[in-house]
Design a protein around this ligand. Structure first.
Ligand code: PGA
Ligand code: ZN
Length: 423
């Protein structure tokens, strides 16, 4: 049982407020959680409640905090909750909208994550073990995808693509994968300094030098991997990109990259040339969230040779994922709890993806806190892949450090991609 509910606003990694929740349980234990926030958000995401007005450029969350301490607290303390599913369903009912707009997805997701921790505590187990039992999944330590070069909506440079990630697929353990990621990050820092003098950082802690186009970024990345003595290859240190194509879509299936406008077919060919030239294992949001025809073309041309991940396309919504499976939009799904607003909704999304033979990658948001829930989520559901930004900055490394903590605490959980997902 929940005996008390507290909430307040804290700052996220971009310096904007977000919701932090603390539940006090019957035995006096407290559990905490806080909500992340995206910048390149999908149109169909659950909606954050923001105050408007002058403070924090309108991004205050006093109303969302009041949702937690008011209506949601009443629900939480009204009776003992037997299952997380029941509690999440009750919060969605109470909200009454399609997208949690009334109470705020930022309020609801923080409560749902805190409640998950409460259930694990009551069961006397870790959050990852509890999620594994709940979902019937074999635990797995995920391959981290370190976002080391930033562009798009996350940086001020001219680079059109949002994220360039390195994924130590061939590492023997999480600990080794984190070491490889950090070494590549440092090698990249030296090259950036040499070529650009200085460079800012993007929102996820990756470097944001004035790279002109994706080819330059990928060349730089391959060179930095080589500097460390590691091998840039799909089964060693692979590369993943999130172009986040909403950001350079011109509408009606047209896209502007590096000053040139491409139609759908030309964009597919552009990606195919990148696949030929670089060890890419994954392309996320290669087309805009509503360009279903573009997704289809890309899927038909490349699904046999690369992982195609839908983020803004699916917004962690089981119904949209089901539709994507039936229509052939992608072979993988990005999983972000705050896009759908509850942990139950998140687990439903993973379950549907699995039924349809689509892979999942658990993900942070560009605006983060030090909450490390997604590390346990990735391990407990055994999806085999996670992205949490650069191997630097507190809010990013909180997740990677939690993964290595789990590895140290629980020897025997295997590391790596699930079978058949080399690309
Ligand atoms: P966001 O970006 O958190 O700013 O939405 C992350 C992503 O596109 O994967
Ligand atoms: Zn994305």
């Amino acid at each position: 049982t929940v005996s008390a509910v507290a909430a307040r606003h804290i700052l996220d990694s971009r310096g904007y407020p977000t919701v932090a929740v603390r539940l006090t349980l019957g035995d006096g234990t407290t559990v905490d959680a806080s909500a992340p926030a995206g910048a390149s958000t999908g149109e169909f995401e659950a909606v954050e409640l923001r105050d408007g007005g002058d403070a924090f450029s309108g991004r205050g969350v006093h109303k969302a905090v009041a949702s937690v301490t008011g209506e949601l607290a009443e629900v939480l303390t009204s009776r003992p909750w037997a299952t997380l599913h029941d509690l999440d369903a009750a919060m969605i009912d109470l909200d009454g909208t399609e997208n949690l707009a009334r109470l705020g997805a930022n309020a609801v997701v923080a409560v749902s994550i805190a409640a998950t921790r409460a259930f694990a505590h009551v069961a006397g187990t870790s959050v990852h073990a509890w999620l594994s039992r709940l979902t019937g999944s074999a635990e797995r330590l995920p391959v981290p995808h370190f976002n080391v070069l930033n562009g798009g909506a996350h940086a001020a440079n001219p680079l059109d693509f949002q994220e360039f990630m390195v994924a130590p697929v061939g590492a023997a353990s999480e600990d080794e994968a984190v070491r490889m990621g950090a070494e590549i990050y440092h090698a990249l820092a030296a090259r950036v300094k040499q070529s650009f003098g200085t460079a800012g950082l993007g929102d996820e802690g990756g470097f944001a030098p004035d790279l002109a186009n994706p080819h330059e970024a990928l060349d730089l990345l391959v060179a930095a991997i080589g500097d460390t003595g590691l091998t840039a290859a799909v089964d060693q240190v692979a590369i993943a990109i999130d172009p986040a194509a909403n950001g350079f879509s011109q509408g009606e299936g047209r896209y502007r990259i590096d000053g040139t406008v491409l139609d759908r077919g030309q964009l597919v060919e552009y990606y195919e040339r990148l696949l030929d030239a670089y060890p890419l294992r994954s392309v996320e949001d290669g087309f805009a969230e509503d360009d279903y025809e573009g997704w289809r073309l890309m899927f038909d041309a490349t699904c046999h040779r690369v992982q195609l991940v839908g983020d803004d396309l699916y917004v962690t919504d089981a119904r949209r994922i089901e539709e994507g499976a039936l229509r052939g939009w992608s072979n993988a799904v990005l999983i972000k709890p705050n896009q759908i607003g509850t942990v139950t909704g998140t687990l439903d999304a993973i379950a549907v993806a699995r039924e349809r033979n689509m892979r999942c990658m658990v993900s942070h948001r560009s605006g983060e806190t030090t909450d490390d829930f997604i590390a346990d989520l990735a391990v407990g559901t055994g999806v085999g892949q996670i992205k949490s930004g650069a191997p630097a900055r507190g809010e990013r490394v909180a997740k990677y450090n939690r993964l290595t903590e789990i590895e140290a605490d629980c020897p025997g959980i295997p590391y790596g991609l699930t079978e058949g997902t080399a690309r």
